[in-house]
Design a protein around this ligand. Structure first.
Ligand SMILES: Nc1ncnc2c1ncn2[C@@H]1O[C@H](COP(=O)(O)OP(=O)(O)OP(=O)(O)O)[C@@H](O)[C@H]1O
Ligand SMILES: [Mg+2]
Length: 225
């Protein structure tokens, strides 16, 4: 369960990135965050990672509460959340296995459990055969599959995706969406996108933002520019 309660983000020079935004997310819910550039989509995702601080309101993530006061459970918070970016952010000098295993190593999982989860995640994203290849040997679609595998390992329950298909061609985009469809069975997913084709074809709850305000919260799907 994630809950945003009257969350505002104001930057020192007066820029308002979020303006009293409230919404609740159930476990294993899939939500699209849409809206024009600058609407506040990335801001919502970064707040959940405690990458930026809120100025007002509160955010509840399971049993953790983020308020404008200092939040101390940052490591614990980030251990529960996997992130997928538009530009993949894969480490170029590490092979696929190492890229996906890294967060589990940092978290202190043993090698046996790490190997098991990495293999399962690569199976799920369809690139188990690329396990020992290096990023320079992979296509954009394959790199994004590595990033998704990396986001799920380590028992993460929440996946944040910021424009994850932004650098992919249409065919690869649909392949990646198939993976998200699989993931939503077990994970809570917040998916920021400009791709109206995706939103209109895979109908899920849509939160529409504009100038930092939540202007619409549609239970099932559909979005026009
Ligand atoms: N460091 C910052 N200082 C001041 N304003 C900022 C800063 N970072 C973001 N903003 C502002 O916050 C607002 C929301 O930005 P955000 O990145 O959340 O938009 P977005 O919906 O993700 O847009 P896009 O679709 O282009 O990715 C924008 O008006 C942006 O200019
Ligand atoms: Mg953004």
């Amino acid at each position: 369960m994630i809950s945003f309660q009257n969350v505002s983000v104001r930057y020192p020079l007066g820029n308002i990135a979020l303006d009293s935004v409230s919404f609740d997310v159930e476990d294993q819910e899939f939500i699209y965050l849409v809206g024009p550039s600058g609407a506040g989509k990335t801001t919502i995702l970064r707040l959940l990672l405690n990458d930026i601080q809120l100025t007002e309101g509160s955010i509840l993530i399971e049993d953790m509460e983020i308020t404008p006061k200092k939040f101390k459970q940052v490591a614990e918070l980030r251990q529960r959340i996997g992130v997928v970016f538009q530009d993949f952010k894969i480490l170029p000098d590490d092979n696929v296995y190492e890229n996906v295993a890294l967060s589990m190593r940092i978290k202190g999982f043993n090698e046996g459990e790490t190997k098991k989860q990495v293999e399962e995640a690569l199976e799920l994203t369809g690139i188990a055969d690329k396990m020992y290849q290096f990023p320079s040997q992979l296509s954009a679609g394959e790199l994004q599959r590595v990033a998704i595998a990396r986001a799920v390992v380590g028992d993460r329950k929440i996946i944040l995706a910021d424009e994850p298909t932004g650098n992919l061609d249409p065919k690869t985009t649909w392949e990646v969406m198939k993976i998200f469809k699989e993931l939503e069975k077990t994970k809570t997913i917040l998916f920021a996108t400009h791709n109206t084709d995706i939103v209109n074809s895979m109908k899920r709850r849509v939160i529409i933002l504009k100038n930092g305000k939540l202007v619409k919260d549609k239970k099932k799907g559909g979005y026009e520019l």
